[in-house]
Write a protein that binds this ligand. Structure first.
Ligand code: PFF
Length: 434
């Protein structure tokens, strides 16, 4: 069975695809708006502290368990002990549910790419966005289109699909991002945006913000739904993962920082609000694009950037469940992808419609879209990570000193796995429930 499993062609392929999974809407859409809501620089400081310390532990753990067992999620948990099999199954289920709401935003992005060259004809961007997402037809079609594109690359396989897409899309993403950062920094009063990002206001420090930063850090690193475990299982050589893990954390943080440097100077330059929430990218930015020279082209570049980021993450979201279906049921990738396409659509279409025709249909007082976001980001992702840390730390008794050369880091890993990360995750879930 093991010989039939695909492997990354090189360490570079593994790192770039894992960075591709990490860098997504979480960095370019979610990070700036959450940072805007929690007061800018102070949020950034806390975020960097958490992502470089606590997050190392579950990230390393998930990749390591994949590399160790060389199995998809259910098989990996089962290899540790058959009684954990069902906990493993929660991972691909989380993947399907995350895909359902993540791909809706992917569909919105496709619409904005198409609209880029005519966006200056729009008079009220807030109204345009609201009316668009309420439309019963186009958002559904574009969500399905985005899903199809992700599934297409996944179906082509680990080397020809996932690796190949990431090797093209990630450098393209970096080039566009740097270009847009330069444009933004050259706008009048750009320094006000930089000040907002880098000059901390300590009065805004509070526990809610710290937990929000932690939740954002976990989400952006793609921890907790088996995507990383699956990617880890495709590693062939038996080298330490520490350097790769830090490369992934560093790159992901640089992408998020650059996204902030691209967005905030522009927002301040046009005297807009940095805390406008999820609409920052779909309402505030298009408004700005309509007012800058070559705005159509810049808008196009920006939404292509967002598309590349969403696509490389989307591919990783699908890969976890796809590997589970192919390996557990011994079916081809194509068959697994067709099943996933249907399954994700079943959740994604009602969620897309929950902004319009299904807006009165509530689950626990939330629209279908908000419920899926809440269930996956606040409960399932932390829960999966909690289970895996507890299993590794307490059942498998994974010893940091066996996998990490640096003694201090190894000790931190051991304490983190058994105590710090589980406690942090429980706090995160409690906060999410309130
Ligand atoms: N890390 C992705 C982002 O920042 O957009 C989101 C994500 C991808 C979460 C894959 C979880 C996952 F397994």
């Amino acid at each position: 069975m093991e010989d039939k499993r695909p492997f990354w062609t090189s360490k570079y392929s593994f790192i770039i695809t894992t960075i591709g999974s990490a860098v997504g809407l979480g960095n370019i859409w979610r990070f700036p708006y959450i940072m805007g809501q929690y007061g800018g620089a102070i949020f950034l400081a806390v975020y960097i502290l958490l992502i470089s310390t606590i997050c190392f532990v579950p990230l390393m753990n998930e990749l390591y368990i994949g590399k160790l067992t060389k199995k998809e999620c259910v098989g990996a948990y089962e290899a540790i002990s058959p009684k954990f099999k069902y906990l493993g199954a929660l991972n691909p289920i989380t993947g399907v549910l995350i895909a359902a709401f993540y791909f809706i935003v992917g569909g919105w992005i496709i619409n904005y790419i198409c609209k880029s060259f005519t966006c200056n004809q729009i008079t009220d961007y807030g109204k345009y966005f609201t009316e668009y997402i309420q439309n019963p037809i186009y958002p559904c079609i574009l969500t399905i289109l985005f899903l199809f594109i992700c599934i297409f690359f996944t179906a082509r396989g680990v080397k020809k699909g996932i690796e190949a897409a990431n090797k093209v899309l990630m450098p393209l993403l970096a080039v566009i991002l740097i270009f847009l950062v330069i444009v933004s920094l050259n706008l009048p009063n750009a320094n006000q945006g930089l000040e907002y990002m880098f000059k901390p206001d300590f009065s805004k420090l509070n526990s809610k913000m710290i937990l929000a930063a932690l939740g954002q850090a976990f989400f952006t690193l793609s921890i907790g739904m088996g995507a990383l475990l699956t990617y880890g299982s495709y590693i062939k050589e038996d080298k330490s993962l520490v350097k790769s893990v830090y490369t992934i954390i560093l790159s992901d943080t640089i992408f998020a920082l650059l996204a902030g440097i691209m967005i905030f100077p522009a927002v301040f330059s046009f005297s807009m609000e940095p805390n406008s929430g999820a609409g920052l990218v779909f309402v505030t930015l298009p408004k700005i694009f309509s007012q800058v020279p070559f705005g159509n082209f810049i808008s196009f570049a920006f939404f292509i950037l967002l598309f590349c980021a969403a696509l490389t993450s989307g591919i990783s979201i699908v890969e976890g469940p796809c590997a589970t279906l192919t390996e557990r049921f011994n079916i081809s990738r194509t068959k697994a992808c067709v099943i996933l396409f249907c399954l994700i659509s079943v959740f994604a279409i009602p969620a897309t419609l929950s902004f319009g025709v299904l807006e009165n249909f509530k689950i626990f007082n939330k629209s279908i879209f908000d419920f899926l976001d809440f269930l996956t980001s606040n409960i399932m992702l932390p829960l999966n990570t909690l289970f895996l840390c507890l299993i590794s730390g307490w059942y498998l008794k994974l010893n940091g000193h066996d996998v990490i050369k640096n003694r201090v880091l190894a000790l931190f890993f051991n304490i983190g796995l058994k105590y710090i990360v589980p406690v942090a995750l429980i706090c995160l879930m409690f906060m999410g429930l309130n």
